[in-house]
Design a protein around this ligand. Sequence first.
Ligand code: ADP
Ligand code: MG
Length: 705
Amino acid sequence: MGTCSENRKSVPELFGSAVFNDDVMMERLPKDVYKSLRKTIDEGKDLDLTVANAVASAMKDWAVELGATHFTHWFQPLNGITAEKHDSFISPTSDGRVIMQFSGKELIKGEPDASSFPSGGLRATFEARGYTAWDPTSYAFVKGDSLYIPTAFCSYSGEVLDKKTPLLRSMEALSAQAVRILRLFGDGKTQQVVTTVGPEQEYFLIDKELYQQRPDLMFTGRTLFGASAPKGQELEDHYYGAIKPRVAEFMRDLDRELWKLGVLAKTKHNEVAPAQHELAPIFTTTNIACDHNQLTMEVMKNVADRHGLVCLLHEKPFEGVNGSGKHNNWSLSTDGGKNLLDPGKRPWENWPFLLILAAVVKGVDEYQDLLRISVASAGNDHRLGANEAPPAIISMFLGDELTAVLEAIEAGRPYACGKEKKLETGVRVLPDFSMDNTDRNRTSPFAFTGNKFEFRSLGSALSIACPNIMLNTIAAEELSQFASELETMDGPLPQCAEALVRRTIKEHKRIIFNGDGYSEAWIKEAERRGLLNLPTTVDALPRYLDQKNVALFTRHKIYTEAEMEARYETIMEEYVKTLRIESLTMLRMVRQDVIPAVSGYVTELAQGVAARRSVIASLPCTAESSLIASLSGLLDQAFAQAGDLEALLGAPQACSRNILTAGVHFRDQVIPAMEALRASVDQMERSASGACWPYPGYAELMFRI
Ligand code: ADP
Ligand code: MG
């Protein structure tokens, strides 16, 4: 949508038109102010207040021209979404009028009340006051009637309460260690190594009117009941299928909205499940990719709403078809733009590359638990290991060529490189082309895909901050160990590097698995290799606070131990709260809608039988009688199961102050009770009349659009 003039804009004109980006800064800021600001952005130099005042004033003028009346510090608290509080620019004058004002102070620092954001117990030791601090490395933008200023968020006593601060810290930690490695190989120029991320985002679109008839979708984002439709994804006709006009219109609008905000929306297509789609942006610096992914999720919801649609970002909206994930494509590049995960033409002698690769292999092996934890949530538990997403077991896919290179190094023999493969199409009019030297593996949680790693275990609703904090910190740790060792080793550098890579591969090759991650055989094999299999959030999360993990994060100054405890509490609490809300929603639906509807239907059947038998007493009425019997049985069963579920929610363990006790109770008791109740209700849906059923079913939700 947007205004008419916006609709006429060409894409290059539209792109970034709502962003206070480098071009705008250069145009609008006095030269010396611009220079100081660039220094702050590029080198982290402190910003003095006069510069901040000049930037704020220029930002305000620019934003007002775009229709903004307010500004907001925009931050990312621990609940995984974004937070904003809007202040208008108005400032009263002595003669009773107002002018629009925005100061450097207001730009740099905000003071939102922190008391209602999750703090995982840190709240006991801190005051309600919290601070937001401008992150100049992510551009401000205008959305609606506000100027949005990306900020970090911390408590009065200095504890970090958000996802951006540790992400920025992890990027700096990794940069420092990667630069050390580059220095060893004679690179004196690179000042910074940045991590880059391109997150592929899956989502469902359904009709808003149907959505509003389902309390489960409204309260929990997923269907808690629902018999399968006659058709699901088995014909594989939705994946990459032609996009329906209504969806295409939504996608068109979405792209334009995102482009305006400077988001590099690139790829769109239908996904595997009916009504499922994907959007992928072009990769960018991790910090910005993270901000942009949060924006993308939000804009998806808003644009869907304008089209009479609802965008579902839940990891498992529908049982029986695929859920939604997010692929975190991750790489490292120098400030000069060189991708350090690019193997080049001769990977076997590209030592910086091989060292980074070996560091990642070692890191993924040593911190399998952290990677698993970084994607843990009640929603994502439905996907991992369910043969639609990678298993809960973390392993790595390297592909044929790199595996062969590493095997040769391990064996101490030269690598015999394979010939470039050509694909001959066998059709004269089609050109032959050279093939990639690695095939794709869709079942691996962590796959090397040519010049980046693709971490595939993320759930669709997840903020990408946490997985990237883990990845960056783990890589920083391993590279720091490598750098320290290489700095003190005697002998020519390539030989030292080779010895180090050889030893690393020998010790950590168990994490490399190029086969089918969905197979039963892999679960056994992984167990034999001693890899962790942590199927649920409750299995994984307690390991967060293991000594080695606390040591990792404190050593690199990403978190204090107290901040880690807080994060553990927050995630486990969210797990428990999510399941409680889902359970309560089920109880409400069963008691208020399902039982009355089915009971009414059974009564109707019974009255029909009685009426007919009053005419012909010997009528068998087999269909009605058996339906009355089976539905009555299911009604009683569902009624009892609802009672059981309610009792479990009231059990002392469910409300335990020990969050792990509560988590275990929900995993072992509540979830099975929810599943039992669902089975009865779905069985009723299959037998009751469509007219009596209180909700739109799977067929309508997924196919009527
Ligand atoms: P596929 O679905 O085959 O995995 P896509 O093209 O949908 O591939 O997504 C690949 C993603 O990887 C894109 O977001 C792309 O920008 C990103 N990507 C490519 N190169 C890099 C890199 N060097 N660092 C981070 N992400 C990258
Ligand atoms: Mg992908």
